[in-house]
Design a protein around this ligand. Structure first.
Ligand code: ACO
Length: 427
C-alpha cells in the first residue's frame, strides 16, 4: 500500500497520497485539500511546493548534485558540448553521432533573424541594457514566426524551440553590437554554435575573426552550466506564462524578464561589480563584516543559493575554467585573487558555515566572461542565451503533460473585508 499523509483540520481527518519520484523527496499530493476542507496551503516563495512533475533536471542541494536527464553536470561539462546537452534536454537521451550532426545542422540553419527585426534595434537607445533589448526582441519574434505559434502542434512546438535556441546568440550579439555602435554580423554556418556567437560579438566585417579554441570551449562549458536548473524563478515564470496557452516566444520573453533580477541571473554582474569594489585582498574582512551585519543590506553576491546548501557543483567547474582561460589568453586579473581569497575566508567564517552559504555558479562566471571581453551588462544576456534550451524543454514538457492546467496560485487574504463605496464628497 502506498504511503499517505494524515492531516487534522477544522475537526476533520483527511488523508493525502504521498507521491514518490525516481529520486529526491516524497511529495504530498494535496490537490483535493481545498475541495475537502476549504483550506489552502501557505508557502510564499514555494520553498516546500512542487509545482509540476518533471523528468528533466534533478538537484540535491544538500549533497551538491545536479543531474540533467540523469547525467551529472560535471561529466557533461567535462565531456560534452552545449549542442549535445541541448539535444539531451529536449529529447531525453544523448544523441547518436548522426542525430547530433542533424541537430547541429538544424540549429545552424535557424540562426539568421528576419531582416526586419534589425530595425527594432534602432528604436532602442544605444545605452539600453542588453536584457531590455532581449526582452523586446524575443517577445517580438512571435510577430515574425506565425508558422510556429500553434502550441497544440508538436511539430510547430519543436520548430519554435529550435528557432529560439538558434536565434538567441544572434539576438544577444546584435544587442552588444548595437551598444558599441558596430555593424551587425550575420551568422556563419561553418562555425560551431559558440564559435559563431563569439564571431558575431567580437568580429567586424572589415577582417576575418579567428575563434580561440580555448575561449570557445570555456564559453561552451559556461553555456552547459547554465542550460537548465529545475524549477527556478525564470523557468517557473516560463511555465506559468505558458500555462495560459501563450506562444513560446512570449513565454521566453517573460523568462528573460524574470532572469534579469539581481537575485537570479543578474547575480554574476553583481558579483563581479562587488569583487571590483573590494579591489584588494586587505579589504575582504571589511566586506565580510558588512555581509554579516543585520543592519546592513549588503550581501556577498555570488554566495548562497535557495537550493544548494553545499558547494554549487557548477562553481567547481567554473573555478577550473577561469584558470584555463587566463592561461590561454595570458592574462591575470587581481579580482580573481580577491575572489579566491574571499571564498577561502568566507568558508572558514562561522556565519557562512552555519547558514550553509557557499559560492554559487555566478561567483566565478563574471571573472571568466570579463577576461573573454564581455562587458558586465552582457553577462545576464549570456545566461539567457544558455538557459533558453532549459526554458523551451520545460515548456515542451509542460504542454505535453496531460495533467497540465493554467497556473493559478491562491492567497492568504489580509486586506479589508467587504465595505460600502463612499462618494468622494463624503470621504
Ligand atoms: N551574504 C550574506 N548573507 C546571506 C547571503 C549572502 N550572499 N545569502 C543569504 N544570506 C543570509 C540571509 O541574510 C539569511 O540570514 P537570516 O536567516 O539570519 O535572516 C540567510 O542567509 C538565508 O537567506 P535567504 O535570503 O532567506 O535565503 P534564500 O534561499 O531565500 O536566498 C539567495 C537565496 C537569494 C540566492 C541569497 O543567498 C542571495 O541573495 N545571494 C546573493 C545573490 C546571488 O548570488 N544570487 C545568485 C543565485 S544563483 C542563480 O540565480 C544562478
Amino acid at each position: 500500500m502506498s504511503d499517505t499523509a494524515k492531516l487534522q483540520i477544522a475537526g476533520k481527518d483527511v488523508e493525502y497520497p504521498v507521491l514518490k519520484g525516481s529520486t529526491g523527496p516524497d511529495v504530498v499530493d494535496i490537490r483535493k485539500l481545498y475541495a475537502q476542507t476549504g483550506a489552502f496551503t501557505y508557502d510564499p516563495g514555494f520553498t516546500s511546493t512542487a509545482s509540476c512533475e518533471s523528468g528533466l533536471t534533478f538537484i540535491d542541494g544538500d549533497e551538491g548534485v545536479l543531474l540533467h536527464r540523469g547525467y551529472p553536470i560535471g561529466q557533461l561539462a567535462e565531456n560534452s558540448s552545449f549542442m549535445e546537452v541541448s539535444y539531451l534536454l529536449l529529447n531525453g537521451e544523448l544523441p547518436t553521432q548522426d542525430e547530433l550532426t542533424k541537430f547541429e545542422n538544424t540549429i545552424t540553419r535557424h540562426t539568421m533573424l528576419h531582416e526586419q527585426l534589425a530595425t527594432f534595434y534602432r528604436g532602442f537607445r544605444r545605452d539600453a541594457h542588453p536584457m531590455a533589448v532581449m526582452c523586446g526582441v524575443v517577445g517580438a519574434l512571435s510577430a515574425f514566426y506565425h508558422d510556429s505559434t500553434d502550441i497544440t502542434d508538436p511539430q510547430q512546438r519543436m520548430i519554435a524551440s529550435h528557432r529560439l535556441i538558434a536565434k538567441m546568440p544572434t539576438i544577444a550579439a546584435m544587442a552588444y553590437k548595437y551598444s558599441v555602435g558596430q555593424p551587425f554580423l550575420y551568422p556563419k554556418n561553418d562555425l560551431s554554435y559558440t564559435g559563431n556567437f563569439l564571431r558575431m560579438t567580437f568580429g567586424v566585417p572589415a577582417e576575418e575573426y579567428e575563434v580561440n579554441p580555448v575561449v570557445e570551449k570555456a564559453l561552451d562549458r559556461i553555456f552547459i552550466l547554465h542550460a537548465d536548473h529545475e524549477q527556478n524563478a525564470s523557468t517557473s515564470t516560463v511555465r506559468l506564462a505558458g500555462s495560459s496557452g501563450a506562444n513560446p516566444f512570449a513565454c521566453i520573453a517573460a523568462g528573460i524578464a524574470c532572469l534579469w533580477g539581481p537575485a537570479h541571473g543578474g547575480a554574476n554582474e553583481a558579483a563581479l561589480n562587488m569583487l571590483h569594489e573590494i579591489g584588494r585582498p586587505e579589504r575582504i574582512p571589511e566586506f565580510i563584516a558588512r555581509a554579516k551585519d543585520k543592519n546592513d543590506p549588503f550581501r556577498l553576491m555570488g554566495f548562497g543559493h535557495r537550493v544548494y546548501k553545499n558547494y554549487d557543483p557548477r562553481a567547481t567547474v567554473m573555478q577550473k575554467t577561469v584558470r584555463e582561460v587566463f592561461a590561454s589568453l595570458n592574462v591575470s586579473d587581481p579580482v580573481f585573487e580577491v575572489a579566491l581569497q574571499l571564498e577561502e575566508m568566507a568558508l572558514k567564517d562561522d556565519y557562512f558555515v552555519e547558514k550553509k552559504l557557499f559560492p554559487n555558479v555566478d561567483f566565478y562566471s563574471g571573472v571568466i566572461l570579463s577576461a573573454i571581453g564581455f562587458p558586465t551588462t552582457m553577462f545576464t544576456a549570456l545566461f539567457a542565451l544558455a538557459r533558453t534550451v532549459g526554458w523551451v524543454a520545460q515548456w515542451n514538457e509542460m504542454i505535453s503533460d496531460p495533467e497540465q492546467k493554467i497556473g493559478r496560485p491562491r492567497q492568504l487574504y489580509t486586506g479589508p473585508t467587504q465595505r460600502d463605496y463612499v462618494p468622494v464628497s463624503q470621504r
